[in-house]
Design a protein around this ligand. Structure first.
Ligand code: MRU
Length: 365
């Protein structure tokens, strides 16, 4: 998508297998590009959220695997790289998905061919992410169009939470992809962006994306969604997911569950956009079994922003020494989800419908 009129992806590769990312820690105030050169860089980039968002975490891990092969292509290295990458963040299943693909592939490849094969596979994972998200946009657009037609309206108001935009994927985003697609089709879309405390991915990243891609939007505080829904100001909610269980429970950024409850109470469609790489087919009860990342309490006690001299600073917003809790994700039960927008189509969030999706994903039908 566009930044100052120029097309970017969130991660890309240049000559001699050099891997570059947009360092998201400084957005929207500074646009910084960083080269990731070794396994430590890749692990820090994921753990400390230079990159974030489930699909992008997976793609970054795949390139981390490939880059690490350049310094050590041994079997021992495969085990070490796998365990280091897996220890970075626990919730987004795309990390485990990508690491398993890379590890299992390379285990069966001659050592001398491992670098080439690893980069080939990582590039395929990157390209497939772009293609899946584009198709999510196309499939989600059908939902947007139907609601516009049903309401006989000439515009649509969509609420989104966190950043499930192109910055969270390689390109297009998941929740934002139907929005970008609809915009290309000439639809009049307005987006309400939850700020998404504590790290403010909505305020800092989603607004920045929408601004640069000319999508009408308002930033709102996390607690405003229910009020706007009660007053018919929201027609549709679309969020992303970090891990969705086989029965359709959706894990996403903390606060998503409350939005789903409000949407349900106000009879507003609540859709989740996700590539099939975000589904954990081994889990049947999302609330019980999806591991929820508990992040540093300082993320709650401090807020990052820009001061009047344009320095990026953290300011303390609670009495010094306040003990905070910082669960980073929550799980929305499938019964509150109107549907899952995937690259293979829109599916109901229940076991039966998802069984079909699983077969499609695994190439069985
Ligand atoms: O902690 P983050 O910023 O990695 O969390 C991101 C989200 O919760 C996104 O909504 C999710 O990964 C879907 S991204 C397409």
């Amino acid at each position: 998508m566009k930044v100052n009129g120029k097309n970017y992806t969130s991660i890309w590769i240049e000559d001699n297998n050099k891997v570059f990312i947009i360092d998201q820690r400084w957005l929207p105030h500074e646009f910084k590009i960083v080269e990731l050169k070794n396994l430590n860089d890749f692990c820090s980039a994921i753990k400390d959220m230079w990159v974030r968002g489930a699909p992008l975490i997976g793609v970054t891990a795949a390139f981390g695997f490939a880059k690490s092969m350049e310094t050590d292509n041994s079997d021992d290295a495969l085990i070490n790289i796998k365990s280091k990458l897996l220890s970075t963040r626990p919730t987004a299943v795309n990390l485990q998905w990508a690491v398993k693909i890379m590890h299992d592939l390379l285990l069966n490849v001659n050592k001398d061919d491992r670098v080439d094969e690893a980069f080939k596979k990582a590039k395929t994972i990157l390209e497939e992410d772009i293609s899946a998200n584009y198709r999510i946009g196309k499939n989600g657009y059908e939902i947007i169009k139907n609601i516009i037609n049903k309401k006989n309206a000439n515009s649509l108001n969509i609420l989104t939470h966190c950043n499930a935009g192109w910055l969270a994927t390689v390109d297009w985003g998941t929740a934002t992809s139907p929005i970008y697609y609809a915009k290309e089709k000439g639809e009049n879309i307005h987006v309400f962006v939850d700020e998404t405390r504590p790290r403010n991915q909505g305020a800092q990243l989603t607004t920045w994306e929408l601004l640069h891609n000319d999508i009408s939007h308002n930033l709102i505080v996390d607690n405003a969604g229910g009020h706007l829904m009660q007053h018919n100001e929201i027609d549709l909610v679309i969020v992303g997911s970090d891990r969705t269980s086989a029965n359709g429970d959706v894990c996403n950024k903390i606060g998503t569950y409350l939005k789903a409850l409000s949407a349900y109470d106000n009879d507003i469609p609540f859709y989740v956009a996700l590539p099939s790489s975000t589904i954990d087919w081994n889990i049947n009860d999302g609330i019980k079994d999806i591991p929820i990342e508990e992040r540093d309490a300082n993320e709650v006690n401090f807020v990052q922003g820009k001061d009047k001299d344009s320095n990026i600073i953290n300011v303390d917003i609670a009495p010094e020494g306040t003990k905070s809790r910082n669960p980073a994700f929550d799980v929305t039960p499938s019964r509150l989800v109107s549907g899952l927008i995937t690259e293979h189509g829109v599916f109901e969030a229940n076991l039966k419908s998802m069984e079909k999706l699983e077969k499609i994903t695994k190439g069985q039908i």
